[in-house]
Design a protein around this ligand. Structure first.
Ligand SMILES: [Zn+2]
Length: 231
């Protein structure tokens, strides 16, 4: 074995540490995921914010989450972005090919994307400016939103994105067939707690008091056996 080249780059050191420390402990798991392929049951759509750490929040590891992240955890309208949209492509792939059983849309407290939707962005940020229109329906009629208005907007956005997901034909089909459920979460960074959208209550409920991890935007829906769920 040759000695590794000296490294002062912190990120490079972390890459080496992954291979030397973490990988040997989980090698079989990675090998199985290569041999058998990935079969994640959850599509996690989260904000790009560095403080949102999906694996930590959900206690998951390799192979368990199919993840797409973007500014604000927004869902573009189905068929409305002329084919060049990574988030739309990921949703189509996860539902049609991976056949995920859950889709989580995870917004969070202190979201810079939501704040920017109120405050505006530099003219040069052409894509960001148009991207933020995906939350405009959730904005409140205030010019200088305080903490409470921002929190409400973050939650309203999650529900709006769930509704937009339901306009994806493959999503609606799977939800109506009872093979897919939609979950809206609002992660409170400073409290270390997820608040879960409960369509029955029309509100977000702390995970510590919730009886499930989300009811999606519409219910009741009819399961395989014709039983109506959620009345
Ligand atoms: Zn955010």
């Amino acid at each position: 074995m040759t000695e590794p080249a000296a490294a002062t780059d912190d990120l490079l050191l972390r890459l080496r540490r992954f291979q030397s420390d973490y990988f040997p402990l989980h090698q079989q798991r990675f090998q199985d995921l290569v041999t058998e392929g990935q079969h994640p049951k959850t599509l996690f759509i989260g904000c790009s914010d560095s403080r949102v750490v999906p694996y930590l929040l959900t206690g998951t590891g390799p192979g368990e989450l199919f993840i797409v992240r973007n500014v604000g955890a927004f869902i573009p309208p189905y068929g409305g972005s002329h084919g060049l949209h990574g988030t739309t492509a990921a949703i189509e792939f996860a539902v049609l090919h991976l056949k995920v059983e859950r889709i989580v849309v995870c917004g969070h407290s202190q979201c810079g994307g939501i704040r920017a939707a109120y405050e505006g962005v530099p003219d040069e940020a052409v894509a960001l400016k148009s991207w933020l229109k995906l939350v405009s329906e959730a904005l409140l009629p205030v010019h200088q939103p305080g903490p409470e208005a921002l929190r409400r907007t973050e939650q309203r956005s999650v529900v709006l994105q769930l509704e937009r997901l339901m306009a994806y034909p493959m999503v609606r089909r799977a939800v109506e067939a009872g093979t897919l459920t939609l979950h809206g979460w609002h992660y409170i960074i400073e409290a270390g707690e997820i608040h879960i959208f409960d369509a029955r209550k029309g509100d977000f409920v702390p995970a510590s008091q919730a009886s499930d991890c989300g009811t999606g935007p519409y219910q009741p829906y009819v399961e395989h056996d014709g039983q109506v769920i959620g009345d």
